[in-house]
Design a protein around this ligand. Structure first.
Ligand code: ZN
Length: 350
């Protein structure tokens, strides 16, 4: 079968690999749709995981298969799986955890000491994938494979909103209108947050945020902090951009006293933090990492009931053979400021 493997920085290839078979307790799915994530782009750009690294739970080693946001249909099940009929549309929760460490014992499986992700070390940009039964979540047929493939990135935003005190009537600032930022807009709306500001320099992404009901500011021309403080500051802010010092400063200073800022982006650089600002204002800074099994199920319920809709985030559709040129390289180049979520389908499967 075809699968995208990462051989090194800027060296990913769609190659022929053995088709995986479902072992006991596992399901085998034929992938129908997989989203390209910013972390796929980081892995492609920097290739930080050595090929000889063997993940303790996934037992996979390099060259690593990319793609962790994916959905497909069950084509086979292993021994002990009797509740997932062939043909069922499923979204895969790709994070794996040992279930036994201190974090897992607290229910914080997203913080597992041995945690990992299918498609970071082991992927969705393949024709078939095998995963544990507990990672396969049936998705109503009427939602379709594209929406099913959007569950994972939406769950990242869902978890971040749950980590925050945002509630009905709150005001929020989202910095960055990429897949997670626009996912935050959708999840904040689903939670009844009344005023959602978005800071985003890209006009194309800003238009999408505005179409979703956000008040959009261009930080290259607008003084976002002054503008929001004129109204007393926002209750919560989210940095979904990971830009660095400028966005950290905006996220903190746009808050009202006592407000909460949530970091939900990967920061490659350190930022300077003035603790005095926290003491005198009682502002809070919290992090949000991935999602739990509950978050994943809640997102599927919210999308099914119609309160949450990730479809406006889809800006491109390509086939697996073109995933490097029209996917990874495009998103690191001209697509950086225009695309949000590009979905990959395997195309014709033998
Ligand atoms: Zn654990």
């Amino acid at each position: 079968m075809k699968s995208l493997l990462l051989y090194g920085a800027h060296d990913a290839r769609v190659v022929d690999v053995p088709e995986p078979e479902a072992g006991p307790g596992q399901v085998k799915i034929r992938v129908e749709c997989a989203g390209i994530c910013g972390s796929d782009l980081s892995l492609f750009e920097y290739s930080p995981i050595p090929s000889d690294f063997v993940h303790p739970l996934l037992c996979t080693q390099g060259p690593h298969a990319l793609g962790h946001e994916f959905a497909g249909r069950v084509v086979a099940v292993g021994d002990g799986v009797d509740d997932l009929p062939t043909g069922t549309l499923v979204a895969i929760r790709p994070n794996v955890f040992d279930g036994t460490c201190a974090a897992c014992s607290r229910g914080e499986v997203n913080l597992c000491e041995n945690g990992g992700f299918i498609g970071v070390s082991g992927g969705g940009f393949s024709e078939y994938v095998v995963a544990g039964r507990d990672a396969a979540y049936p998705v109503p047929e009427e939602l379709g494979a594209e929406v099913a493939a959007m569950i994972e990135s939406t769950a990242v935003a869902w978890h971040a909103v749950k980590q925050s005190p945002a509630s009905e009537g709150s005001s929020a600032l989202v910095i960055g209108a990429g897949p997670v930022g626009l996912g935050l807009v959708a999840c904040l709306k689903a939670r009844g947050v009344s005023t959602i500001h978005v800071s985003e320099p890209s006009a194309a992404r800003g238009r999408l945020a505005a179409d979703m009901g956000a008040v959009v500011h261009d930080p290259t021309v607008d003084d976002v902090v002054a503008r929001l403080n004129a109204d007393g500051g926002v209750d919560v802010s989210f940095d979904a951009s990971g830009v660095g010092q400028p966005t950290y400063d905006t996220a903190l200073r746009a808050l009202r006293p006592g407000g909460t800022s949530v970091v939900v982006a990967m920061f490659h650089d350190t930022v300077q933090v003035n603790l005095q600002e926290y003491m005198v204002s009682e502002k809070k800074l919290i992090g949000s990492m991935a999602y739990t099994a509950d978050d994943f199920a809640e997102v599927i319920d919210a999308v099914t009931s119609g309160v949450l809709d990730p479809r406006p985030l889809i800006t491109g559709r390509i086939v697996l053979d073109d995933v490097v040129s029209q996917g990874l390289e495009h998103l690191l180049g001209t697509g950086r400021n225009t695309e949000v979520k590009v979905l990959v389908s395997p195309g014709d499967v033998d």
